[in-house]
Design a protein around this ligand. Sequence first.
Ligand SMILES: Cc1ncc(COP(=O)(O)O)c(C=O)c1O
Length: 417
Amino acid sequence: MIGFARAGDRLVCDGIPLSAIAEQEGTPLYVYSAAALRARYRAIDTAFGAYPHALHYALKANSTLAIARLMRELGSAADANSIWEIELARKAGFAPADIVFTGVGKSRAELECAVPLGLKAINVESAGELSRIESIAERLGRVARVAIRINPDIDAQSHPHISTGLKINKFGVARDTARELIETLGPDGRRSALKLVAVHVHVGSQITTLDPLRRAAGFLADLAADLQRGGLALEYVDLGGGLGISYDGGDVPDDDAYAAALIEEVRATGLPIVVEPGRTIAGPAGVLLARVIDIKPRDAEGDFAILDAGMTELMRPSLYNAYHRIEPVDGASRATRRYEIVGPVCESSDVVGRDRTLPELHVGDVVAIRDVGAYGSAMASNYNRRPMPAEVLVDDGRWRVIRRRQTLEDMLALEQP
Ligand SMILES: Cc1ncc(COP(=O)(O)O)c(C=O)c1O
């Protein structure tokens, strides 16, 4: 059994009891399954079959070096959202020609570094950004490969904080003005320091129905076909992030249906498909282990269970009211009780799981917060001077620390008294 599963009473990762890992490495602790990461990548890659495609793993989901390297070894390309993610990708072995640079706000300094690298594309978010890239490329005597991100005004039907494709969202060039901007990159060669290689959409994350993804792909394919008729020879279309995942056991479309829908929309253009999946690859492949540090009465029906991990280690529940399954790693057969599962941080919003019914918890028990491989450790912070948690990768029957726990000295190394 790949990934996280129950073996009798115990929760295991690729066969290794999580309680043993917690005992040795301490908590809070992120644990990832290399086998699960590989399986998710391969399943998506296989779903696209023979249709020309490239998976650009979205580093924003989880850019811990060992995980980025594992994705590279699988043959993935990369989607980087800052110059630092680009540098990380290069340390992990990604060639610049396999990196797309996305992101709604790229600073002048970031663009100065990115343009000479010869990336696969800089995904451009505005007319101003395009001009800034152009002036840098002209000065350096280079041709910058660019893709224009278009805001298609399509509702992703996801959480408002992770929906990006509506007119009211800050992302991309507005649908009505995109055409005009793209035509300045036309075959007349007026902007010879820029080469348009693709058009791009990303309408949001945690999308659990095919409809918004299909509509965005259809919109982009129509535009690409039109541009091709006008003499603009694109190299590919970039359809943005991947599918959402099932945090609560509800249905999500499978990889085959997802890939088939995108291919169906794009096929007539003859263009290869680029996608930038993050969550669907890394999300289910990680858990956060936390120890119960206190139990105290809440009301007649239940207690607070206070963990040694909270919004500093996993921001998603506080930020988006996101749901993650929580379960004790051992003792799953105990009688149940109601709990408000909270973190140790000085904020009332530091709730990891609201009103949960769980096998009875005791101080010292270890619980696993599930499906946190994406947007988990990557969003951790030092609030309350809490150190970044350690991270462990389970691979081939063994585990190793891929990021040691931060210390106060690590934090203070940046500071002067
Ligand atoms: C431009 C872009 N590409 C890719 C992704 C990754 O999305 P996901 O993790 O949902 O696959 C994101 C995340 O929101 C994004 O903003």
